[in-house]
Structures are given as structure tokens and as C-alpha cells.
Design a protein around this ligand. Sequence first.
Ligand code: 5GP
Length: 327
Amino acid sequence: VAGEDGLRKEEISENSVVHGGIPIDNTLGNGYRPEKMDWERRRRVKIMWYMVVPQLGNITTMASIPILLLILLVGSLYSVEVNGGGGGGTVELVSTVAEQRVFDYFALALQWPPTYCSKSTKCCSQSACCRGANSPSVFTIHGLWPDYNDGSWPSCCSGSAFDEVEISTLFGALEQYWPTLSCSKSSTCHGKKGLFWAHEVEKHGTCASSVTGEEYNYFLTTINLYFTYNVTEVLFEAGYVPSNSEKYPAGGISSAIENAFHTTPQLICLNGALEEVRLCFNKDFTVRECVAKSDCPDYVSLPEFASLELNGGTTTADRSFSYHESS
Ligand code: 5GP
């Protein structure tokens, strides 16, 4: 049952801790307890004092002292190093009031694998598109993104590079609910190519750490949010089931989600098929409206899985594949 704050109260168990406003189920992490979060902003402030040498020769009265103090004050500058929003990286600002730009809200991006996989031209062991009958037939996680109200977002903020070991206890859940659907390696913020998880946590997660905590907690927070707002269940129960022949009104899909979660989702389409559903949250994880609008036509399809399979069951990457309807 959804509570007034939009959270499903029955999700909170003795295995849960309230983390960043949402219940965290630690059983996902094999009992691993999230480390104490580092709430401190990474902000280094360097103060540079410029020498101001006033001409003192003509100062003969006490009335000149306030003028001297004013000259000293104006002559001082602060050099503040902050994370740049929008493009990422570090920006050197000279200002007396410079602050790291604080993000406004979260978007939870969920993808519909059959639509994403329909654009794949090759198969490989890492892609969940290629799991045959075990390919995902539910919405899976794309990412949890911190966004600004003006429609832009920060990316590649300061933080450690992705470390697989940190999230090893979550692998089972991540493989199932946050798999990559691509055979290409994803770019990271450190000039390398890596896993989809590395891409997401470095590009988006680092900018969310003031709320979610760092790597492990970013993934755990996202998985728990995904379970709390079960878009697949809501759509299937409302009759929006995968079909290669039906078209559904986009407004109906939107309303079903709105009725369940009290927020309008952003729908993203690819060639008339639903590809993503995005839900937006305040920083305390209560729901809110997204800034960006849906881009779907009035009627959309929710395709069934058209699985890509590795030839002969081999798990070697980038083999040729057979493409067929799984029905
Ligand atoms: P974004 O910045 O939108 O979070 O990341 C999308 C990038 O991750 C794309 O460049 C894409 O190549 C890569 N990627 C890897 N796996 C996936 C996947 O399963 N879904 C999506 N949407 N992007 C993926």
C-alpha cells in the first residue's frame, strides 16, 4: 500500500534501513551493511590574498583609516575549485560566492529490453538481449540520474573510478535487473571503456553521492527504488502486456502509472515502440514531475521479446547470431 509519501510501506522490513529517504533492503547485499556515507561535499577552497600597498604618505588623519580598510577588503580574492555542472570536469572559478551547483531531482530511467534489443545487430555474452528464453521480459534499470530543473544535468563529478569489487555482493541482482543490453563497451569518465555499470555510476552516480552515498549505495538505492516502483507490474496489471500486434494509447500507459504512483512518467519511444519509462523523485525520494516531456506518438507498441541468441550456445563475445521471435 502506498503511503502518503509515495513509498510502499510493506517494503520496509527488519532487514531495511531508511537510506536517503527510501527503505534499503540489505538482504540484497548478502547482509553487507552500507558504509557510513560521506555527506561532505568535495570542495576545496583556496584563498589568495593579493598584496595591496596603499600610498600612506599623505595619510595624516584618522578619517583615512576606513578608506584603507576598504581598499584591503576589495583587494582580496577567493579562488574556489568546484565541479562543473552539465559538462563535468573541474572548473576554476574566481568568485566570492562560488558554490558547487546542487542538483534538483532524480530521474529513474527504466528500459524495455525488447525495444532496445531490436536495434542490436550483433550478439555477445555480456548482453542480456542474447540470453534466449532467459532474456529479460520486464523493464530493467538504465540508471538513476541527478538532474537540474532547467533540463540540464551534471555528469562525471568527482569520485572514485568504478570498482567491481565494491558491488560484488550485488552482482546477482544487477545481472537480472540492471543488465547491459549492448555488446559495446561503455565509456567511463576516466577515458577508458568498461561495463555499463561503470558508465552509469561514474557519469551519473558520482553526481548523486551527496544523497545516495557512493558506488555501493548508489546501486543499492537504485535497485530498491526499482522494486518500490514496479512499473512492469503496474502496466501488466492494467492490461498493457507485450504484444507484437497491439498498439496501446500512450495516454493510457501514462495514466496507469500515474494512478499507481501519483506522478506522470516520461515515456521515450523508438520507432513507435516504448523504449523507456522515466520516473522522477525529489531528493527525499518522494515522487515529483519530470521536467522533460514524453516523445511518443499517440499509439505505441510494447513489443514481445525478439531474442538474439549466441550461435551454438557459445559464450564467446561477438559471435554471429540467429534472430527469431521467441513467442
Ligand atoms: P546514459 O548516459 O544515457 O546513462 O548511458 C547510455 C550509454 O550507455 C550509451 O552510450 C550506451 O552505449 C551505453 N549502454 C550500455 N548498455 C546500455 C543499455 O543497456 N541501455 C542503454 N540505454 N545504454 C547502454
